[in-house]
Design a protein around this ligand. Structure first.
Ligand code: 0A1
Ligand code: ZN
Length: 927
């Protein structure tokens, strides 16, 4: 399994991490201390069956908080938080009842209203989910609340917690309620003043959102404080605080209007050099947003902090982004090219949120795609501009299909804008992020660049400072372009991947080609009736010598930009003046997130692989051909036959990759066969991962044997002497060489293993080293053990790099992997409370090792569910996410399906599940 499959997983880029840490706690299934303490006067809520929250029940807040003053006294186990809130009844709401503030895991110490102490039960009530002020004043008032919190015990990593001694916060979506009692909802926007006081030695760096105002020392330098002011009203999920002993690198940026912004990235001492690429990426992102979207940065400083314990990839807190350190720290020796790319795109993503998410935020959490889909679209465009747009599109589509398509086809399917949830943390999904981005991309395709840009400008203008909805967003494009986008809204409301069934018929006599298109919209959980969608279909018809024919419809219209608009369930487009039978190139650039069905002959795919001027579709033709071949081999294996298929595909592939006019990164994409998961997804039912694995090996070997001379020549040609550079060109050469190595190792000759071992030994960068390690870890024999031992010895003191060692063993298809993952779960460097470690071992095993996770004996399922239940006791968000690996269980063949159901049922029957795991497992079993 190539390294890129590990690190570049789509939504994981933003929402996951993947590497980490010297352990804070040794051992695997060590359960950290119980986190839920109930302060004496709290009435526990009855929370047996969690209740869903529904979009249709949205009501604006009855009260608003205009100004927030926070005063923190940092202490590892007893941090004191004093909040002074300026509240008022919301004039947009008629009736104002009691004030219900959210609050969890808090110890209330003081509460005053306009300076007067309040009395429990007389003036307010307290439960373990909040505080209710019984009769708040019906005019502006001040509330002062003092709470105590325990950052050290907080292993849920929401609210204020400690990561390797650094105090940090994570407030999206509901972390702020673990800091103080508050209206923890995104449509309550406030300005913040924050004072942080701490021990000067323990936390010399004290950061919060906005601009620095003041610093000072106390107790003769033993303690100190910092004051920050954020002038931009924001919801509390964007609040952040960091305190700790950190080092930093600095740079500055001059904005388009000439303002100077101080940029700083904070990292562990000794890691400063590894932050250079992130800083470079930040500066390029800032410039790009000015040029492409006219968006300028709006504070005097922009800070980024890298921490080791983080549930997701990174977080866009206003002026103070907090990152999983895996997505900041990179040097050629320690990080793969995939990580370099991920850093570039996630740094950009978080920065772009400043406008799409922060200046304009979401009215409620159902609108999550408003900020996430749009921001992913923006970061994909940035990466495409910085690198090869075609290769970027190929990798984005691969990821979409690998993660979002299975989600949309299984029990966890939901619309891009969901209508109900039990736990919002379960909705940071590929559907909201990646499909959300595809919807914005389709808007661009439908409207064209000028109208799309006008719509974006209008959105920024009209909604700056607002908490907006998807309707608000779409209205801007409708208003700016004069187009009716009402049908387009269905994309946000309807789950499931549409199937686009196409057939092309050529009429020789009339010289016309007729394209029949049908939208098939299968039912998804809770949604049986589906409406037809507006699908922009970019296409070309290729003439005999490979040129694109003019597309003239029978109404006389010329299809100028190659896009036709499918809006009905069933539709026919007739093209005139087609001289001979054309070869269709449909869904160019993947113009819509649909499954295309087209009865196309192998020879036409070969023709497209050689001639399509749309390079995305040239790759797609190769991919379709490979998938088709693999499925054929799987079927033959199931029937106990040998399939002779594959040679024609291998030869066509040889011809295409011989075109040295194509850039190396693109040729690398061509050489990567569809993954086993791709094949499983395409098969859709009665999936037997064992047969798929065998078919995959068979085809890889055939391709390698057929093209061995060409592959060896490419390997040699791509072995560069030049010093390392992270640029796209050099990374492309490494990717091509590594893709070749993958195939050669699949050939399985002793000399190929020796080549991989040499690749490993001589590697001068982590891209090559990790790639060879993954390949060797999947083989049996001495070379494997030697490489794993060498890697361990070299990197055991680097908490990020060592995760590759865990991952390589977790994804090895060898039968003893199950035993090994059990052992590794007790390894001294494994730490169950560190999300990157859990992802490296358990997450990768569950989602990137189809044969061993889906062992027919059920041992893979048992390992994962045991880990999930252990993790659920302290970090429900991570537990639920790992459990998501079961999302396609219903598509499995009967034996495995039974085992998977049993494993899930065992989880469902466990008492005291978190809301997170409860929701995922119930949907998985019901849907
Ligand atoms: N908004 C972040 C992702 C994120 C979401 C939730 C988190 O904690 C529950 C943390 C980060 C992004 O899109 O980058
Ligand atoms: Zn985001």
């Amino acid at each position: 399994m190539p390294a890129s499959r590990i690190a570049g997983r789509a939504q994981d880029k933003y929402v996951l991490g993947g590497t980490n840490d010297l352990p804070e706690l040794p051992g695997s299934t060590l359960i950290p201390p119980n986190l839920t303490y109930s302060p004496a006067e709290v009435t526990p809520m009855k929370t047996d069956t969690p209740r869903p929250i529904r979009l249709k029940d949205y009501q604006p807040s009855e009260y608003l908080i205009d100004k927030v003053d926070l005063d923190f006294r940092l202490d590892p186990t007893r941090t004191r938080v004093r909040a002074r809130l300026n509240l008022r009844p919301n004039p947009a709401v008629k009736a104002h009842g009691p004030l219900q503030l959210d609050g969890e895991q808090l110890e209330l110490d003081e509460i005053r209203l306009n300076g007067d102490d309040l009395k429990l039960r007389t003036d307010y009530d307290l439960t373990d989910i909040g505080l209710t002020l019984k009769s708040p004043p019906q005019k502006p008032f001040r509330l002062e609340i003092v709470t105590y919190i325990d950052p050290h015990t907080n292993k849920a990593l929401q609210g204020l917690y400690r990561s390797r001694g650094i105090y940090c916060t994570q407030c999206e979506a509901h972390g702020f309620r673990r800091i103080t009692y508050f209206l923890d909802r995104p449509d309550v926007l406030s300005t913040y003043n924050v004072r942080i006081e701490a021990d000067a030695e323990e936390a010399p760096v004290l950061l919060s959102n906005g601009n620095p105002v003041e610093r000072g020392t106390l107790q003769r330098g033993k303690r100190h404080y910092a004051i920050w002011h954020d002038p931009h009203p924001k919801p509390c999920y964007l609040f952040a605080l960091v305190g700790g002993n950190l080092s930093s690198i600095a740079a500055s940026f001059k904005t388009m209007s000439g303002r100077k912004v101080d940029l700083r990235i904070y990292v562990e001492h000794g890691k400063e050099k590894r932050a250079a690429w992130a800083m470079d990426s930040l500066k390029r992102s800032m410039r790009w947003d000015e040029k492409r979207f006219g968006r300028e940065y709006d504070l005097d400083v922009f800070n980024i902090v890298a921490v080791s314990d983080f549930n997701m990839g990174a977080m866009e807190n206003k002026g103070l982004n907090i990152f999983n350190d895996r997505l900041i720290l990179a040097s050629p020796e320690t990080a793969t090219d995939t990580i370099f790319e991920a850093i570039e795109s996630v740094v950009a993503h978080e920065y772009f949120h400043n406008w799409t998410g922060n200046r304009i935020t979401c009215r409620d959490w159902f609108q999550l795609c408003l900020k996430e889909g749009l921001t992913v679209y923006r970061d994909q465009e940035f990466s495409g501009d910085e690198r090869s747009a075609t290769v970027q599109r190929i990798t984005d589509v691969r990821q979409l299909k690998a993660h979002q398509f299975p989600e949309d086809a299984g029990p966890l399917a939901h619309s891009v804008r969901p209508t109900s949830y039990i736990e919002i943390n379960n909705f940071y999904t590929a559907t909201v992020y990646e499909k959300g981005a595809e919807l914005v991309r389709m808007l661009h395709t439908i409207l064209g660049e000028p109208d799309f840009r006008a719509g974006m400008d209008l959105y920024f203008d009209r909604h700056d400072g607002d908490a907006a909805t998807v309707e608000d967003f779409i209205a801007c494009f409708a208003d700016a372009s004069g187009r009716d986008l009402s049908q387009f809204m269905t994309w946000y409301e309807q789950a499931g991947t549409p199937q686009l069934v196409c057939a092309l018929n050529y009429d020789k006599r009339n010289k016309t080609a007729e394209l029949k298109i049908e939208q098939v919209l299968a039912a998804t959980p809770g949604e049986t009736r589906k409406m037809p969608l507006h699908i922009p279909l970019r296409l070309g018809l290729l003439g005999g010598n490979g040129q694109d024919l003019d597309l003239i419809l029978d109404n006389g219209e010329r299809v100028t930009d190659g896009v036709i608009h499918v809006t009905r369930r069933s539709e026919t487009f007739r093209f005139l003046d087609i001289p001979s039978r054309p070869v269709p190139s449909l869904l160019r650039g993947f113009s819509a997130p649909v499954n295309l069905t087209l009865d196309i002959a192998d020879r036409d795919l070969e023709f497209l692989m050689a001639n399509d001027r749309d390079l995305f579709n040239r790759w797609q033709a190769a991919n379709t051909y490979a998938t088709r071949t693999l499925i054929h081999i799987v079927k033959a294996l199931k029937e106990g036959r040998r399939s002779a298929r594959g040679l024609a595909y291998a030869k066509a592939l040889g011809t295409t990759i011989a075109d040295t006019g194509l850039e190396p990164a693109y040729r690398a994409e061509l050489l990567k066969l569809p993954t086993q998961a791709d094949v499983a997804r395409e098969m859709g039912q009665d999936v037997d991962p064992g047969f798929i694995h065998r078919a995959h090996r068979q085809l890889s070997r055939l391709v390698a044997k057929t093209l061995v001379d060409e592959l060896k020549a490419i390997y040699k040609e791509m072995t560069l002497d030049a010093p390392f550079s992270a640029d796209a060109q050099s990374a492309g050469c490494r990717a091509l060489r590594n893709a070749v190595l993958t195939l050669l190792v699949a050939r399985g000759e002793r000399s190929d293993i020796t080549l991989a071992a040499r690749h490993f030994e001589r590697a001068t960068n982590m891209t090559d080293e990790a790639h060879a390690l993954y390949l060797l870890a999947a083989t049996s024999g001495n070379a494997r053990d030697k490489a794993l031992d060498r890697f361990f010895e070299r990197w055991k003191n680097d908490h990020l790099v060592i995760d590759t060692w865990f991952a390589a063993q977790a994804i090895s298809p060898l039968p003893d992997t199950i035993k090994r993952v059990h052992e590794l779960a007790s390894h001294p460097l494994f730490c169950i409370t560190t999300p990157n470690k859990v992802r490296a071992l358990v997450g990768n095993f569950a989602s990137l090792n189809p044969v061993q996770f889906n062992r027919p004996d059920g041992a893979g399922y048992a390992f994962v569910t045991e880990q999930v239940l252990a993790i659920d006791r302290f970090n429900p968000q991570i537990a639920a996410r790992i459990l998501g690996a079961f999302r396609s269980w219903r598509a499995l063949e009967p034996v495995r399906k039974r085992r998977a159901r049993k494993a899930l049922a065992k989880v469902a029957d466990t008492p005291n599940l978190s809301r997170d795991v409860y929701e995922i497992v119930s949907r998985m079993l019901d849907g």
